[in-house]
Design a protein around this ligand. Structure first.
Ligand SMILES: Cc1cc2nc3c(=O)[nH]c(=O)nc-3n(C[C@H](O)[C@H](O)[C@H](O)COP(=O)(O)OP(=O)(O)OC[C@H]3O[C@@H](n4cnc5c(N)ncnc54)[C@H](O)[C@@H]3O)c2cc1C
Length: 424
């Protein structure tokens, strides 16, 4: 009987456990979690803060014991794995005990980055990653005493925090150290449109502002002081500066870790029988061929499933690591597909725009971005749906890199043609 260990019970861990159980009804599956909170969907936390979904809706797989019962898992809540002995395939725990397995999955996800700057531990400073973070942010906003807020980090998470604040009528500033919002994710023109969309909803955007520290102002409010000397006073500060992979417990154990745990096409690490999946790992990006850490729900689910399949002995490849992000904020949507750094100066750039819709597609670089107002004319909605459809079709296939790349390149041109024809 195979003995499998899964470290971390988030999206990747859950999907791996489900796949092992599907393929091997007899396997012993031990799941170790450093929390007793059920596996949750972090991307729903900002919707909970907004009041758009109830608390329970953040937990797609149900209560931990319910999920464990359904899949026949031995679940160990509040039992963090503190080390790994890869040669022995052994997990180490804080109490000095060890457990040996036939297969191990590292699916420990990522945590919010909170830089070691003075004042970030003051009451009224929030981070945005976990259910607990969302609960305390929502409670503060529900308290009704926050009238001005500062969001630091113009990221996919930061923009959702801004939305949460604006919808409650709270005056909001979005600050970022880079010269434009989403500086590594979207083209300058897309960024300009996002900034204009935010400003149209009353948000003040302050780029080129690197945080130095947070302090308590004379009137009891918080003041975020930037390296430029500029001060932003606010009743609440939300820190959305990205995430760091939870790989500290692997330090010096021999498992190869870059930004995340390095994996091959089977999601296997540099040790046979030890796999990694989800936000904690890096898999080969099919655009650049270099390992890349992609923190996306769909990626975590798919990588977990592939790792689970391989641990159960049914050999499968994960062939579809490609950057795709979509954001909705305050009545706007934007989608970014592909890697900006994969675009070359000689690539053909296709641009279509009108007052509501902007599409930029780089044919050779296989990158495409759209920014548009939601719920506008049907033609624009149909473009967005087409974008998703082509993309989903490519994901839904066998995960073939060729299909996915063709779709990324094809969708740009296809959308461009559609747009030209339908708006002529
Ligand atoms: C606010 C927010 C918005 C997002 N929006 C989107 C979006 O719009 N679209 C999208 O695709 N993705 C989005 N994401 C990303 C997406 O949620 C993640 O990619 C996905 O949840 C990753 O799943 P995971 O299983 O790899 O990691 P996690 O969900 O982080 O799970 C890892 C688990 O491992 C546990 N753990 C860590 N260390 C140990 C240890 N040593 N021992 C035992 N257990 C441990 C952790 O506590 C955690 O429970 C968003 C994320 C956030 C935070």
């Amino acid at each position: 009987m195979k003995k499998i260990a899964i470290i971390g019970f988030g999206c990747a861990g859950y999907h791996a456990a489900r796949e092992v159980r599907r393929l091997d009804p007899k396997a012993v599956i031990d799941v170790y979690s450093d929390t007793e909170t059920a596996a949750y969907n972090p991307m729903l936390t900002t919707y909970y803060v907004k009041g758009a979904i109830p608390y329970q809706a953040m937990f797609p797989f149900g209560a931990p014991q319910e999920a464990a019962g359904r899949l026949g898992l031995n679940l160990f809540p509040n039992r963090a794995v503190t080390g790994l002995k890869p040669e022995e395939r052994a997990l180490c725990f804080g109490d000095g005990t060890q457990q040996v397995y036939d297969g191990i999955l590292i699916s420990t996800g990522a945590s919010a980055v909170v830089p070691p700057l003075p004042g970030l531990d003051l009451p009224g400073v929030f981070k945005m990653r976990t259910v607990e973070d969302a609960v305390s942010f929502k409670a503060a906003l529900d308290g009704g005493t926050i009238r001005r807020a500062l969001v630091i980090g113009a990221s996919w998470v930061g923009i959702k925090a801004v939305e949460d604040l604006v919808l409650r009528g709270i005056a909001c500033t979005l600050a970022d150290g880079a010269e434009r919002v989403f500086s590594t994710a979207v083209f300058p023109e897309t960024a300009r449109r996002i900034e204009r969309g935010l400003e149209a909803r009353g948000v003040s955007v302050a780029c080129g502002q690197m945080l130095d520290h947070v302090e308590r102002a004379a009137d009891g409010a918080l003041a975020a002081v930037m390296q430029s000397g500029r001060r932003f006073e606010a009743d609440a500060v939300a820190v959305c500066l990205g995430v760091r992979t939870n790989t500290g417990f692997l330090k010096d154990c021999g498992i190869a870790v870059n930004r995340g745990v390095l994996t091959d096409c089977h999601m296997q690490t540099n040790y046979e029988g030890i796999y990694a999946a989800g936000d904690c790992c890096e898999a080969a990006d099919i655009q650049t061929n270099a390992p890349r850490n992609i923190g996306l729900w769909h990626n975590a689910a798919r990588q977990g499933t592939v790792a689970g399949s391989n641990m159960a002995g049914d050999v499968r490849e994960f062939g579809a690591n490609l950057l795709v992000n979509l954001g909705h904020y305050l009545g706007y949507s934007f989608v970014s597909m592909g890697d900006l750094t994969a675009c070359r100066p000689e690539d053909e750039v296709l641009i279509s725009e009108d007052s509501r819709f902007y599409l930029c597609a780089v044919r050779g670089g296989r990158s495409a971005q759209m920014h548009q107002r939601d719920r506008d004319a049907g033609v624009q909605r149909s473009h967005q749906e087409r974008f998703y459809q082509v993309h989903r079709k490519s994901w839904g296939g066998a995960g073939s890199p060729d299909r996915l790349l063709a779709a990324a390149a094809g969708v740009s041109c296809e959308l461009y043609q559609l747009f030209r024809r339908e708006t002529a």
